[in-house]
Design a protein around this ligand. Structure first.
Ligand code: SF4
Length: 295
C-alpha cells in the first residue's frame, strides 16, 4: 500500500492524534422527508447512518464536550485535537441560517481542528457552498459525499436518488471552493461484481477527490435490505473476499488519496450480517496483513 491512512495523514499534518466526535444536529434527509422519497436508502438505519452520534437533543457544544470526555477518559494526559463530524442524516439539508449556526458553533470550540460534514451531492446549492467556503476560511472543512456506487442499476436498487453526474458536479464545485472532499463507497452491494466494485473505486480515485472511505456493506435491522437478505436474494462478502477486494481497491487508487476508512462499524445491536465484522480486531489484523498497511 502506498496511500496514507487517515491516522498517518493527521499525525503528519497536526503532529498529534486527532479524534472524531460524531454529531447529530437534528437534520433529516430528502430521501426520507418525502422530497425524493420516504423510505431512505435501502441500507440506511433509522439513525440515518449516524448510529454512533451523540444525542441530537444536546447543543453542538454539549455534544462535542460529551465526546471529548469519552476520549479524555482513555487519554488523561493526551495532547489531541478533535474533528467535529456532522454524521447523522444529510448535514447540508436545512435552512441556511440553521446550518450557519451549527457549523459556527462547532468551529468556535477551541479543540476542534476540522469540521467534517457528511452529505449528499444533490444537497450542495450555491448558498450552501458559499457558507462552506466561509467556514473553511476559519477552520478546514471536509465534505463527505455518499456515492456508494457509480453503477446506475445499483443506485436504483439502493434508492440513492441522484444520477452520477450530480456527483461529478458536486466534486467540481467543492474543488472550486477549496474544500477537501471524501467519498463513501460501499463494497459488497447486492448484484455487483467484483470488477464493478473496483470500477467505482477507480472512478472515485480519478475524480480528483482528497479522500475515500471504503465501507463494508452492513445489513442492519429494520431496513429493506434486511428483508432482501433474509429472503436469500443476496449473500454478504466473507472476510477473505473483503480483504482481497480492499487490497485490489488500494491498487487502483492514486498514491495521493487519503484512505479514511477500510471497513466501518455496524452498530452491533442492529447488525444482522456479516457477523464476522463484529470482531473489529480480527478484521483490522486481516486487512493490515493482506493489504500491507503501515499506519
Ligand atoms: S442519503 Fe444518507 S441519511 Fe439519507 S437515506 Fe441515504 S444513507 Fe440515509
Amino acid at each position: 500500500m502506498v496511500q496514507k491512512t487517515l491516522n498517518s495523514y493527521l499525525k503528519s499534518r497536526y503532529g498529534k492524534k486527532i479524534y472524531k466526535v460524531s454529531i447529530d444536529a437534528g437534520f433529516t434527509c430528502p430521501n426520507r422527508d418525502g422530497t425524493l422519497g420516504t423510505k431512505g436508502c435501502i441500507f440506511c438505519s433509522a439513525g440515518g447512518s449516524g448510529d454512533f452520534a451523540e444525542d441530537s437533543k444536546l447543543s453542538i457544544t454539549e455534544q462535542i464536550e460529551k465526546g471529548k470526555k469519552r476520549i479524555a477518559s482513555k487519554l488523561p494526559d493526551g495532547d489531541y485535537g478533535l474533528i467535529a463530524y456532522f454524521q447523522a442524516f444529510t448535514n447540508t439539508y436545512a435552512p441556511i441560517e440553521k446550518l450557519e449556526k451549527v457549523y459556527m458553533e462547532a468551529v468556535a470550540h477551541p479543540e476542534v481542528e476540522i469540521i467534517s460534514i457528511a452529505t449528499r451531492p444533490d444537497c450542495l446549492s450555491e448558498e450552501v457552498l458559499n457558507l462552506l467556503g466561509r467556514v473553511n476560511e476559519i477552520k478546514p472543512v471536509w465534505v463527505e459525499l455518499g456515492l456508494q456506487t457509480i453503477h446506475e442499476k445499483t443506485a436504483e436498487y439502493i434508492r440513492r436518488g441522484y444520477p452520477l453526474n450530480t456527483y461529478d458536479e458536486a466534486v467540481r464545485n467543492l474543488k472550486a471552493c477549496g474544500i477537501e472532499t471524501i467519498v463513501h463507497v460501499i463494497l459488497g452491494l447486492p448484484y455487483e461484481t467484483r470488477e464493478e466494485m473496483l470500477e467505482t473505486v477507480r472512478y472515485v480515485g480519478e475524480s480528483g477527490v482528497e479522500g475515500i472511505k471504503l465501507q463494508l456493506l452492513h445489513v442492519l435491522e429494520n431496513t429493506d435490505l434486511a428483508d432482501d437478505y433474509r429472503a436469500g436474494k443476496f449473500e454478504c462478502l466473507s472476510l477473505d473476499e473483503y480483504a482481497s477486494l480492499v487490497k485490489d481497491a488500494l491498487d487502483v487508487l492514486p498514491e495521493n488519496i487519503i484512505i479514511h476508512r477500510m471497513t466501518g462499524d455496524g452498530d452491533k445491536k442492529i447488525l444482522i450480517a456479516p457477523k464476522w465484522s463484529e470482531d473489529k480486531k480480527n478484521v483490522l489484523n486481516t486487512l493490515h496483513r493482506v493489504c500491507d498497511i503501515r499506519d
